[in-house]
Design a protein around this ligand. Structure first.
Ligand SMILES: Nc1ncnc2c1ncn2[C@@H]1O[C@H](COP(=O)(O)OP(=O)(O)OP(=O)(O)O)[C@@H](O)[C@H]1O
Length: 251
């Protein structure tokens, strides 16, 4: 499995006690699989993504990414793992105001020590792939629409060919059609690049493009909405739709 959370519990300080945001979560996502997580506000969805992104360390349980148990890694090794293997698309695009769309991606290449020319080529290829034309690739964030910024955000997350793609509410700023296009893009990327993708969304109209829907409630992950896991619709990808989820019966 590319992403495997096992028996993960995370608590936050809450006055004199602690609030259990994740309660013995077990979740595995296979390469090429697109899993959606839905659930009410405050149920723990963003916390789940932050733990999978190695931005938060759980109190208990393990997080394994591309075969590496993140608990065994030093802080700097974890930062490298995040940079090289995990693509993160959070609600705010967090683009750098002074950089053009292309430069947002090239900056990632710079951080990784890529040759500038190779980084430029890769930036262009990815921005083409998300449908941003050459003129828009030269624009700064404030000169782009919300949907275009979100596509730059996705292209940037893909720059390092991540094994795991974590996406939080990618369509919250978009109308239905644009949101549907962004989700279609994520589904294509997942199938073509074999990423293990987890998307948190409130928009249940968009779940048709995903392989599996998981529901969070009170920090616990429950089986797919429809009962049985759906089979993958990516006949050609050869990826198995073997995401499993649940809460461990005994910690
Ligand atoms: N830094 C924090 N310190 C304390 N409590 C927190 C912190 N972050 C989140 N929480 C609490 O943890 C629980 C889970 O929050 P989380 O943001 O993961 O939920 P969510 O399902 O993503 O919500 P939403 O859909 O509103 O974004 C909530 O009760 C929230 O109030």
């Amino acid at each position: 499995m590319t992403l495997a959370l096992t028996d993960v519990t995370l608590t936050y300080p809450d006055g004199d006690t602690r609030l259990t945001a994740l309660d013995r979560i077990t979740l595995t996502v296979a390469p090429g699989e697109f899993a959606a997580v839905v659930g009410p506000s405050g149920s723990g969805k963003s916390t789940l993504l932050a733990v999978a992104a190695t931005l938060l360390t759980p109190d208990r349980g393990s997080v394994v990414i591309a075969g590496r148990n993140t608990a065994d890694l030093s802080r700097s090794a974890r930062t490298r793992l995040r940079r090289d293997r995990i693509g993160i698309v959070f609600q705010q695009a967090n683009l750098i105001p002074a950089l053009t769309a292309a430069e947002q991606l090239e900056a990632v290449g710079h951080l990784r020590g890529d040759r500038p020319r190779a980084a430029r080529t890769r930036a262009r290829t990815l921005l083409d792939a998300v449908g941003l034309d050459a003129a828009k690739q030269r624009r700064r964030p404030h000169q782009l629409s919300g949907g275009e910024r979100q596509r730059v955000n996705i292209a940037r997350a893909l720059f390092a060919e991540p094994a795991v793609l974590l996406v939080d509410e990618p369509t919250s700023a978009l109308d239905h059609d644009r949101g549907a296009r962004v989700v279609a893009l994520l589904a294509d990327v997942t199938a073509q690049h074999g990423t293990a993708t987890v998307m948190v969304t409130h928009d249940i109209a968009l779940l048709g493009r995903t392989d599996r829907v998981l529901t969070m409630a009170d920090g616990r992950l429950e089986p797919a909405l429809s009962g049985e896991p759906r089979t993958s619709r990516r006949a050609s990808s050869g990826a198995s739709a073997s995401a499993t989820c649940g809460t461990a019966s005994n910690a």
